[in-house]
Design a protein around this ligand. Structure first.
Ligand SMILES: *[C@@H]1O[C@H](CO)[C@@H](O)[C@H](O)[C@H]1NC(C)=O
Ligand SMILES: *[C@@H]1O[C@H](CO)[C@@H](O)[C@H](O)[C@H]1NC(C)=O
Length: 210
């Protein structure tokens, strides 16, 4: 190869490798607001291995709530290394008789059962319900945006981990979403066909008004 060409290829390699080190990851700089595309990146020079490790899922969550569930998430805001990588992971502690109430996300989810026995399922957009009993080692898929749920049917607390293909998957729970706001009871009754007394009961539980 002629000398100028070698210089050209060497400089191309150098510029490619420096570009690669910049795009390997983008640990979120939470001093700036999030956007639909995520957060700006922290300076890679300031990062250490600790920035790529999160221990928040080691701790059992507090299930003292109306659903007897604790949802402990490693999302971009709690684990900034996930920023831009298109994934997150969540610990589910579901108490005896507990549930993950019916909800949806912008993205798809896979659950891995660690302990206990649950019924998990989702409802297709044609209203078909796909639900199954899951035990240790089972995994199940919940496709993007479809309503889904988990119900502990065992005699002990259940433990599972779910992963979602976004660092900020969103979490919209049906009962909470319709009741924990100021949407008038009469409108909720008409758009859901749920009796006004039941709507008022949900509003009381979830601190809604009107
Ligand atoms: C990152 O490192 C540079 C160079 O050491 C330093 O000037 C800068 O203040 C650091 N930024 C943060 C956010 O720690
Ligand atoms: C669990 O949450 C409940 C309700 O918020 C609270 O009263 C209780 O102190 C919490 N328990 C622990 C161990 O943090």
């Amino acid at each position: 190869m002629e000398f100028p060409k070698i210089i050209f290829f060497l400089s191309l390699l150098v510029s490619l490798s420096s570009a690669t080190s910049v795009v390997d990851f983008c640990v979120a700089d939470l001093r700036y607001p999030g956007t639909p595309a995520g957060y700006p990146c922290r300076n890679p020079a300031n990062l250490t291995a600790d920035d790529f490790v999160y221990s928040g899922l080691a701790v059992e969550g507090n299930t003292s709530n109306i659903f007897s569930v604790a949802i402990t998430g490693a999302f971009d805001v709690t684990f900034p290394a996930l920023n831009g990588l298109g994934l997150s992971i969540v610990r589910l502690d579901i108490g005896v008789n507990g549930v993950v109430p019916i909800h949806s996300h912008r993205v798809s989810e896979v659950i891995l059962m660690i302990e206990g026995t649950i019924i998990a399922g989702f409802i297709g957009s044609d209203n078909t319900a796909y639900y199954r009993t899951l035990t240790r080692g089972d995994i199940m898929i919940f496709p993007a945006s479809l309503l889904h749920f988990q119900v502990n049917i065992g005699e002990a607390p259940a433990l599972a981990f779910v992963s979602l293909n976004s660092p900020n998957p969103g979490f919209q729970t049906f009962s909470t979403s319709i009741a924990a706001n100021n949407l008038p009871t009469e409108i909720i009754r008409r758009i859901t066909l749920i009796d006004a007394a039941q709507v008022r009961r949900l509003k009381t539980i979830f601190s809604g008004t009107n």
